[in-house]
Ligand binder design. Structure first.
Ligand code: PFF
Ligand code: NA
Length: 442
């Protein structure tokens, strides 16, 4: 049986952007920005996306296209059968399952808010509404619903499922967000939100440098879907004619653009409605902060209900195109390495995540640990492993894979890229990991 592949180059880019653009952009990015000094965070985050994110994306692409395999199979084969490197890849497969186990719970919340927007159920008391649905049996139900939608697309396969779905979803997301941002920034009082977001605050950055750095690094990896093997897996369905550096930059730019755009919806809306970052969002009150604040804002503005339907509808699509990419990693692993059919692989893995995700949906403490801490640590460790692999095991082969399909200008940047992948970037990630682990212990 021949392995699946993307139908078009644009199809690959949109699927990868679909993976990148998700709850990380619309839920986690504004939340992290609000907690870490607004514009100060924005600047550091953009720097890390450029200096660590883009080279990291390229490293994952190189592994994927070279091996035409899932992360575990890729590292195993490319190291000519090293079990240890295979285990590093397998760590990514496990990370994907852990990730989906909390992401699907948040996806369930979004689905819930989307549906509840039609009746306006949360308009009366947004805070109490969130408390009543966030954890428990109802949360399990919506988690299962969101997971079922995810599995439905993955069963369809690379071309007929993922490529077709993301080709519709991505343009829809951009159009709707632009419309929402245009509406939000023109509301009276939006200016205060814009200056919180955009006026650079050097004093804040100086006083909180390491906190901002750690949070920005974690967010940069999460938002670009790095350190799991998603981008390895998606690039494994590529042919030799793609210019990886070009595609990687396009994906980073589009993902960052959508994140920044989401900020143009969220901050002006919150400041215009409440005059400040109110309530849970201001105190960094955890994962529900943005739901409560935004739901509150939608309940107070004219035409709030249709706008809420639009807003949560967009986020459902964005979340789905990301959760699809998470489920695809272990599915590709079972298909490639164990000869399981796509259908059986998808259904059994969805069954597994149904259980692990339900544990998160029933236990707020577990959810908080997985979503807030565990995932950051796993992504950072995972990407460090992939970079060391590309830099020290693939070496010259990585450079030739990088150059395949590239023009001369991109080729000339190859040696600098490989050097950074061998040295400064893994060191940066290991240092971030150490700082995060120390913070955890202390
Ligand atoms: N990048 C996604 C987001 O910003 O929501 C989250 C994500 C997807 C992380 C896939 C990791 C991954 F493998
Ligand atoms: Na993202």
């Amino acid at each position: 049986m021949t392995r699946e592949s993307w139908h078009t180059r644009l199809g690959f880019i949109l699927a990868a952007v679909g993976s990148a653009v998700g709850l990380g952009n619309v839920w986690r990015f504004p939340w992290m920005t609000a907690e870490n000094g607004g514009s100060a965070f924005l600047v550091v985050y953009l720097g890390i996306v450029l200096l660590v994110g883009v080279p990291g994306l390229l490293a994952e692409f190189v592994i994927g296209r070279r091996s035409q395999r899932n992360p575990a199979g890729a590292l195993f084969r490319l190291s000519s059968g090293s079990k240890s490197w295979g285990a590093v890849g397998l760590f990514g497969v496990v990370t994907a399952i852990v990730l989906l186990s909390f992401y699907s719970v948040v996806g369930g919340w979004i689905l819930r808010y989307f549906l509840a927007s039609f009746s306006g159920a949360y308009f009366g008391s947004p805070g109490a509404y969130f408390e009543s649905i966030n954890f428990g049996l109802q949360a399990v139900g919506f988690h299962v619903g969101f997971l079922a939608l995810t599995a439905l697309v993955v069963v369809g396969g690379v071309r007929d499922g993922i490529e077709k779905a993301t080709k519709v979803m991505m343009p829809a997301i951009v159009v709707l967000l632009v419309a929402l941002a245009g509406w939000a920034v023109t509301r009276q009082g939006a200016g205060a939100g814009l200056s919180f977001y955009l006026d650079f605050d050097a004093a804040y950055l100086r006083a909180n440098f390491f906190d901002v750095l750690g949070a920005a690094a974690g967010q940069a990896l999460f938002t670009l879907s790095l350190g799991v093997g998603t981008m390895i897996t998606y690039a494994s369905y590529l042919g030799d004619d793609n210019n990886l550096a070009y595609d990687g930059s396009a994906i980073a730019v589009l993902n960052t653009g959508v994140g920044v755009l989401a900020g143009f919806v969220v901050f002006p809306l919150l400041f215009a409605t409440f005059g400040e970052l109110t309530g849970p969002a201001a105190s960094g009150g955890g994962p529900g902060a943005l739901f409560v604040s935004l739901a509150g804002a939608f309940s107070q503005v004219p035409l709030g209900q249709p706008l809420a339907i639009l807003f949560f509808g967009v986020i459902v699509l964005a979340a789905l195109s990301s959760s699809i990419s998470m489920l695809e990693i272990p599915v590709a692993y079972l298909v490639d390495e164990h000869g399981v059919s796509r259908r059986t692989a998808t259904l059994s893995l969805a069954g597994l995540v149904l259980i692990t995700g339900s544990a998160n949906a029933l236990n707020p403490a577990l959810f908080g640990f997985v979503a807030g801490t565990l995932v950051d640590l796993m992504l950072t460790a995972g990407l460090a492993g992939f970079l060391v692999f590309v830099g020290w095991v693939l070496g010259a082969d990585a450079l030739s894979e990088y150059s395949t399909g590239a023009g001369s200008r991109v080729r000339s940047l190859g040696p600098a890229w490989l050097w950074s992948v061998r040295t400064v970037l893994p060191l940066f990630l290991v240092a971030t990991l150490a700082v995060n682990l120390l913070a955890l212990a202390g």
